[in-house]
Design a protein around this ligand. Structure first.
Ligand SMILES: Cc1cc2nc3c(=O)[nH]c(=O)nc-3n(C[C@H](O)[C@H](O)[C@H](O)COP(=O)(O)O)c2cc1C
Ligand code: SF4
Length: 404
């Protein structure tokens, strides 16, 4: 039988494919996870559980849009609102029973800064038969106010301490989920590994204020009171395609600093190309929340198909051959070549004469673009090779060539 090109080993766990639902609303109960497994997801990280269930504000989701399409989402939701016992005694056994043997189930746990809670939670969840545990030390809203979540994840000593405590309660692989709300993720990642982490997951959401309803001067999303009046908000967690650059940065920085630690990458994965980007910066499994919340579980079909076709077209053979491929090409600014003889050229068969490049180059570039007859042209003597024209061109009609 032909080898499965998407199969990958992650902390000793064989994955049928690298795509997991991340810990979030798509994994908030057993029914959803079972449906996702049937549709072909490789695994799921269950919605984070604590000793006590949480309660949420309503509403709690807001979006940032470009031309009507959401590109990023903010949430002020907390963790599982269902009792721990429901998960341990009912839902996890049901998920195990009704999903294929190779579907990977990861329980996400959270406790406070004292280590004992982490040991107990790890022991409790390990008994359910899940494949691994993910430690949520990264929720950026609500939890830090109670010295949990990102409060722990921003402090290397605490990260090491709670990871070690969780290890004490389990023999299962432990993934530590890191927060992007730090200046430097490397010391935190190292602390998790020193505490015994078998893998790192990155990133959780980016703390943000997504917008203001300017008619009512209320930040979004609103939390209403019982009379649906007096709406108020707080800083929330930003996710979706708009955070992908932040996720890629953090994952690549972890992979460069800790080349032997497996990484589960996430933050804005929507299409198979984004999955390849995360693999190339060092992730070997991938987690998705927002794209599933917006477009449903069935996106797994295109994700898998696109990735299989890419592996075949590039003759990689297996997924693991992609992992980390872009890392050698990330260097320091100082080490970058400067003032190369590169200039822009307009690809006339693609150009729709939208003239975004003309406007941008005139006012913020080097006045190198003009109309010549019925065509836009670049003057190679004036062009500085800055790349602005390619950024604004909606027809993708700019290429870069050696200065003639
Ligand atoms: C509404 C919502 C709830 C979330 N709840 C959790 C959670 O309980 N535990 C957790 O570790 N991450 C939680 N996350 C973060 C996601 O798992 C993920 O790290 C983040 O959204 C980035 O991935 P994405 O861009 O694919 O959404 C939540 C995200 C959203 C949008
Ligand atoms: S690369 Fe910069 S300077 Fe050159 S044409 Fe484009 S916008 Fe103008």
């Amino acid at each position: 039988m032909a080898e499965n090109p998407l199969a990958i080993d992650f902390t000793g766990i064989p994955f049928e494919n690298p795509f997991m639902l991340s810990s979030a609303p798509p994994t908030l109960d057993a029914k959803r996870v079972i449906r996702a497994a049937k549709l072909g997801w490789g695994g799921a990280v269950l919605k984070t559980v604590m000793e006590e269930p949480t309660v949420d504000p309503r509403t709690r989701l807001g979006a940032i849009r470009v031309h009507g399409k959401p590109i990023g989402m903010n949430n002020i939701e907390l963790l599982s609102r269902h009792p721990l016992k429901t998960w341990t005694d009912s839902w996890i056994p049901e998920i195990k029973e009704k999903t294929p043997k190779d579907f990977v189930i990861v329980a996400s746990i959270m406790s406070g800064p004292e280590p004992e809670g982490w040991t107990t939670m790890a022991e409790t969840l390990s008994r359910t038969g899940v494949n691994a545990l993910e430690l949520n030390v990264s929720c950026p809203h609500g939890s830090p106010e109670k010295h949990m979540g990102a409060f722990i994840g921003q402090n290397p000593d605490l990260v090491q301490k709670v990871t070690k405590a969780a290890k004490k309660g389990t023999d299962l692989p432990i993934f530590v989920k890191l927060t992007p709300n730090v200046t430097d993720i490397v010391p935190i990642a190292k602390a998790a590994v020193q505490g015994g982490a078998n893998a790192l997951s990155a990133i959780n959401t980016v703390e943000s204020l997504i917008g203001i309803d300017i008619e009512t001067a209320t930040p979004l999303p609103f939390a209403y009171d019982a009379e649906l009046s007096n709406p108020q908000s707080t800083y929330g967690g930003f996710c979706g395609p708009a955070v992908r650059p932040i996720g890629l940065r953090f994952v690549s920085q972890i992979a460069k600093a800790l080349p032997n630690i497996p990484i589960s990458g996430m933050g804005g994965i929507e299409r198979w190309e984004n999955a390849v980007e995360y693999l190339m910066v060092g992730a070997s499994t991938l987690q998705i929340c927002t794209a599933v919340m917006w477009y449903g579980f069935k996106i797994i079909q295109n994700l898998k198909k696109g990735l299989i076709q890419f592996i075949a077209r590039k003759k990689y053979g297996t997924l693991s051959k992609i992992v980390g491929n872009a890392l050698p090409n990330i260097t320091s600014w100082t080490a970058l070549p400067k003032l190369s003889p590169v200039v822009a050229r307009i690809i006339h068969k693609k150009c729709n004469l939208g003239k975004e490049c003309l406007v941008a180059c005139a006012d913020a570039g080097y006045q190198a673009i003009r109309m010549k007859g019925k065509q836009l042209v670049v003057d190679p003597e004036k062009c500085d090779g800055c790349g602005l024209c390619a950024v604004v061109c909606r027809a993708n009609a700019i290429e870069f060539i050696k200065k003639p």
